[in-house]
Design a protein around this ligand. Structure first.
Ligand code: FES
Length: 280
């Protein structure tokens, strides 16, 4: 690590990611910002039978405005949902997607869970952390990139995986990840390996997570070829889940190899009938 004075940049951020809440975090919202927040919150709350169930999306809504879960954001959630500030804080500090100090424009997560780690994730982490001069849950001095070690992102078939604001970058190397963070810091358009055509900012993504669509959800391919190999083999062999003769498959799935294979599950279902009668 090059030892950049990250603690001086944010003032209240420690290497382990804990914090003391700064005074600015508690300053009241400007009137127009508060009015918009309340109007958006009312839409979110109306989606749930119990107002308190809207807490998770409302915390994302706060992040979409403030860039993290501020003291004033916690106050607002408590007021709107008839909860105590302690209850709201308890939730905000439990989930890693909620940031309790200013977050970078892009959260770059390096998967260092078992499979990614042995496939190169640990090496990526070491090199990118040194390249940026920051550790876990720390932010570059320009406020662009917050670096995180992350747990399995269910993309092990593309290990080692890196995510930027939760968009996938598959089969990464230390070099490709260093290029990724450099491009993000330089303000270049960056395209994930799968899914949307570009990486949105932390605040933009937070608004989507609050329940306000940006129209990008169905962009691109969700499951790549490596994720669909098992499905392809199943189709080629006429395999289905027990009790399910359905041939449904996703838009990305390979088509069944032969029509004749479709008959096999039905035969298996028939085979099961005598066994059922025996048990009666
Ligand atoms: S271990 Fe990295 S995505 Fe599963």
């Amino acid at each position: 690590m090059t030892g950049l004075p990250v603690h001086e940049f944010n003032g209240f951020q420690t290497a382990s990611g804990h914090l003391t809440v700064d005074a600015e975090s508690k300053e009241p919202y400007a009137e127009d910002v508060l009015a918009q927040l309340k109007a958006d919150a009312a839409q979110v709350i109306a989606r749930y039978p119990q107002p308190r169930s809207a807490l998770l999306p409302l915390l994302h809504l706060v992040q979409s405005v403030d860039g993290y879960v501020t003291g004033r954001g916690i106050d607002l959630c408590a007021e709107l949902l008839d909860l105590t500030r302690a209850e709201v804080s308890g939730v905000a500090t439990f989930y890693t997607q909620y940031k309790r100090h200013p977050n970078g424009e892009y959260t770059v997560g390096v998967c260092t869970n078992t499979l990614c780690a042995i496939m190169g994730g640990d090496q990526i982490w070491d090199e990118v952390s040194e390249h940026l001069g920051i550790g876990h849950d720390e932010t570059t001095p320009d406020g662009k990139v917050t670096l995180e070690r992350i747990e399995c992102n269910a993309a092990c078939d593309y290990a080692p995986v890196v995510v930027a604001n939760w968009e996938f970058f598959d089969n990464q190397t230390p070099e490709s990840t260093k290029q990724l963070v450099d491009d993000l810091r330089a303000g270049k358009d960056v395209a994930p390996t799968r899914g949307a055509s570009r990486v949105c900012t932390f605040r933009q993504v937070s608004r989507v997570l609050a329940g306000f669509t940006d129209g990008l959800a169905d962009e691109g391919v969700g499951a790549g070829p490596a994720s669909l190999v098992g499905l392809q083999v199943a189709h080629e062999n006429g395999w289905t889940a027990p009790g399910e003769a359905s041939t449904r498959h996703t838009a990305n799935a390979p088509k069944p190899a032969k029509k004749a294979d479709d008959a096999k599950p039905a035969k298996k279902a028939d085979d099961a009938k005598p066994a059922k009668k025996k048990g009666k």
